[in-house]
Design a binder for this molecule. Structure first.
Ligand code: NAI
Ligand code: UGA
Length: 463
């Protein structure tokens, strides 16, 4: 089957960029991205392409090229489903906040709603593609809903997890390490796989397009995220030991990373990993393992999260202890709020938890992040429900100028590794601060020697 019309349900961090790149690379395919969130769709359609709802380097240019040509953003979910031959489901799959599996399992209510809507609307055969990250065997549930509530048409379910990282989404989509497509081993399943392979083959070398059965594909996505996060928790665990022994975690990471069996990537010690997926996907893996009675497997992976929570808490504790065991009424400047550089996404950012701990100690937090608004900072803190909105407003202020954020502060905490932080006039910042002037570098980003020469008391992670 030759695909000429694609629909994607969910215009978020995955659906938006992924479909924009498919549309750019496949001008012969009409791609319609739909979402229930009218505000988000309006932002994707904004005349000024710089106002699209997601900040990603290079994304606005891709959208500008394809939008209106063969890339469309709409709230008309039913029309897009009806017209498409192939439907990506790219909705959110957060951790459940209620009922059985609360705090661990993936909440699949948005996925189920999509399946029911597709079943209701579809009047001809469709290929339904799981783009969202899903627990292994979810395709079975989707198939069940489609077959039992549909109009007698045939559905093929494929798993095609996304491996892009935020901040580098466009590059990752243009040059993926691999594309993974799982499908049924039946002839119909194989035809559906081939149809999706043909879409990607417009720009991805075919030897990097991997096809598997559905269950391997679903589980590979959770496994990839678990392995990546596990490397960060492993090096972060060692960072604490480095601080006690005089070893330097950056040197240790370099030394082990040169072993080609270990590799150098994802060994950067930090204040702890954030982002919408690592924690959620590992908790999901732990839940699945437990549900099969595999307690040792579950405990093994849960330790990655326990270590990450410890690393965030350790950072805020260090700040309090170093500032003479009290930060009450002291101004602490936060450089960065996003969970990593080059994104405006703050979901599960370490900054939120560190700020929360320090506010509990009655510190005043002054935030500067080049891409995160003051509204978002407050919303993130309010979401924790630790204290009232008014109490957060009283303790936290956002600045659009980093020098103003740092002015009069007792300490600076670097929470995100934005490149621009290294280019600041640090002497000017030092002159405006209370003395001793402390820097807690949660990303080992700044030049320790330079800062110490200026007069700062500098503390990094694991050194
Ligand atoms: N954020 C990332 O970098 C990555 C995320 N993923 C996975 O991709 C999935 C989506 O993640 P994000 O794009 O970050 O989420 P997101 O929250 O940014 O976007 C999801 C969108 O789906 C929409 N939606 C929910 N239910 C809907 C429905 N029934 N009909 C129409 N629209 C609906 C929401 O309004 C929202 O705009 C998740 O499963 C996630 O684990 C996978 C790889 C990378
Ligand atoms: O499923 C997902 O959502 C995605 O999750 C991650 O991507 P992302 O969370 O966007 O960004 P990462 O670059 O993985 O960073 C995650 C967190 O780990 C931190 N990190 C990363 C690398 C490192 O060495 N040290 C470290 O602390 C980052 O600062 C960030 O807070 C994976 O890298 C993607 O492959 C995956 O598709």
């Amino acid at each position: 089957m030759k695909i000429t019309k694609i629909c994607c349900i969910g215009a978020g961090y995955v659906g938006g960029p992924t479909m924009a790149v498919i549309a750019q690379k496949c001008p012969h395919i009409q791609v319609t991205v739909v979402d229930l969130n009218a505000e988000r769709i309006a932002a994707w359609n904004d005349d000024n392409v710089d106002n699209i709802p997601i900040y990603e380097p290079g994304l606005s240019a891709v959208v500008a090229e394809a939008r209106g040509r063969n890339l469309f953003f709409s709230t008309d979910v039913e029309k897009a489903i009806d017209e498409a031959q192939l439907i990506f489901i790219s909705v959110n799959t957060p951790t459940k906040t209620y009922g059985k599996g609360k705090g661990m399992a993936a909440d699949l209510k948005y996925i189920e709603l999509c399946a029911r809507q597709i079943a209701q609307v579809a009047k001809d055969n469709k290929i339904v593609v799981e783009k969202s990250t899903l627990p292994v065997r979810t395709a079975e549930a989707i198939k069940n809903i489609l077959d039992h509530t549909g109009n007698g048409v045939q559905f093929q379910i494929l798993s095609n997890p996304e491996f892009l990282a935020e901040g580098t989404a466009v590059q990752d989509l243009l040059h993926p390490d691999r594309i993974l497509i799982g499908g049924d081993t039946t002839p119909e399943g194989q035809n559906a796989i081939q149809a999706l392979v043909d879409v990607y083959a417009n720009w991805v070398p075919t030897d990097t397009i991997l096809t598997t059965n559905v269950w391997s594909s679903e589980l590979s996505k959770l496994t990839a995220n678990a392995f990546l996060a596990q490397r960060i928790s492993s090096i972060n665990a060692l960072s604490e030991l480095c601080e006690k022994t005089g070893a330097d975690v950056n040197e240790v990471a370099r030394a082990i990373g040169m072993d080609s069996r270990i590799g150098s990537k994802f060994l950067k010690s930090s204040v702890g990993f954030g982002g919408s997926c690592f924690q959620k996907d590992i908790l999901n893996l732990v839940y699945i393992a437990k549900s099969y009675g595999l307690n040792e497997v579950a405990d093994y992976w849960e330790q990655v999260i326990i270590m990450n929570d410890h690393q965030k808490r350790r950072f805020s504790t260090k700040i309090v202890q170093t500032l003479y065991n009290t930060v009450a009424s002291k101004k602490i400047a936060f450089l960065g709020w996003a969970f990593k550089k080059d994104t405006n996404d703050t979901r599960e950012s370490a900054a939120i938890y560190v700020a929360n701990d320090l506010i509990n100690e009655q510190a005043h937090i002054a935030v500067y992040d080049p891409k995160v608004s003051s509204v978002k900072v407050l919303a993130d803190l309010d979401y924790l429900e630790t204290r009232s909105h008014d109490a957060n407003v009283a303790q936290v202020q956002s600045f659009s100028n980093p020098y103003e954020a740092c002015q009069g502060s007792h300490a600076i905490a670097v929470l995100t590794e934005w490149d621009e932080f290294t280019t600041y006039d640090w002497l000017k910042i030092y002159d405006g601060m209370q003395k001793p002037a402390f820097v807690f570098d949660g990303r080992n980003l700044l030049d320790r020697n330079k800062l110490e020469t200026i007069g700062f008391v500098y503390q990094g992670i694991g050194a």
